[in-house]
Design a protein around this ligand. Structure first.
Ligand SMILES: Cc1cc2nc3c(=O)[nH]c(=O)nc-3n(C[C@H](O)[C@H](O)[C@H](O)COP(=O)(O)O)c2cc1C
Length: 201
């Protein structure tokens, strides 16, 4: 599928065919595409919890204001972020480059994030936002629909998935086969309101 078609056709679908499943091969393709998303210093903050257990899905649905897509979609992903990725064995992020490059990147990364808790958290969420869109566009390309969700009690979901210390739940993503199309678009803001030339006035 052409990238612009995928962008235009991706919509937040709320109603899924509960009988549809996703072949393993498609799930791996989705994850492999997501893995190519850009992250600052290649820190790859994302951690993906794939929720296949039906009973757990039902509990997450309860924690998500009973939104049915949590249980009905073929796949439910709890997209988490490791806030401490910047300092967790960062040599892994530069495993394939020359040592000379690694020797520059690693201290630079440490200096950039050390002591800056807000930035560490922002970065983790930034990474998840980009990864989520990669995943949803890849899903569209494979013939699936998706819905990102922030409508849930973060503490409850964290507890349900046993979220480790130093991690955040960035969002849920339902991926599956649509039972009903998305509602008409809410309306996009005019580009003149979005695009600013050089500086805000
Ligand atoms: C971070 C985020 C959280 C969202 N949370 C929910 C949600 O909890 N429930 C829901 O039905 N849709 C949710 N949405 C979908 C938005 O309502 C939807 O993206 C928006 O209305 C634009 O529609 P479109 O995605 O079909 O273009 C969320 C979207 C984003 C990006």
């Amino acid at each position: 599928m052409n990238i612009f078609d995928a962008i235009e056709q991706r919509r937040s679908v709320k109603h899924y065919d509960p009988a549809a499943s996703m072949p393993e091969q498609d799930f791996e393709k989705l994850m492999s595409a997501m893995l190519l998303s850009p992250t600052s210093f290649n820190a790859q903050h994302w951690r993906v919890v794939r929720v296949q257990d039906k009973a757990l899905r039902a509990k997450i649905q309860q924690a998500a204001f009973d939104q049915a897509q949590v249980s009905d979609a073929a796949e439910l992903i709890v997209l988490c972020a490791d806030i401490n990725a910047w300092q967790d064995r960062p040599v892994r992020y530069w495993a394939n480059v020359d040592e000379s490059v690694r020797n520059v990147m690693l201290p630079m990364m440490k200096g950039f994030y050390e002591g800056k808790e807000q930035l560490q958290r922002d970065e983790a969420l930034r990474s998840c936002g980009i990864a989520a869109q990669t995943l949803m566009l890849a899903a569209k390309g494979l013939g699936y629909d998706s819905n990102p969700l922030i409508g849930f009690d973060a503490e409850q979901v964290a507890e349900l998935v046993n979220l480790p210390e130093g991690h955040l739940v960035s969002m849920l993503i339902a991926v599956g086969k649509a039972q009903q199309p998305a509602r008409p678009r809410g309306g996009q803001l005019p580009l003149e309101e979005i695009v600013v030339n050089n500086t805000f006035s």
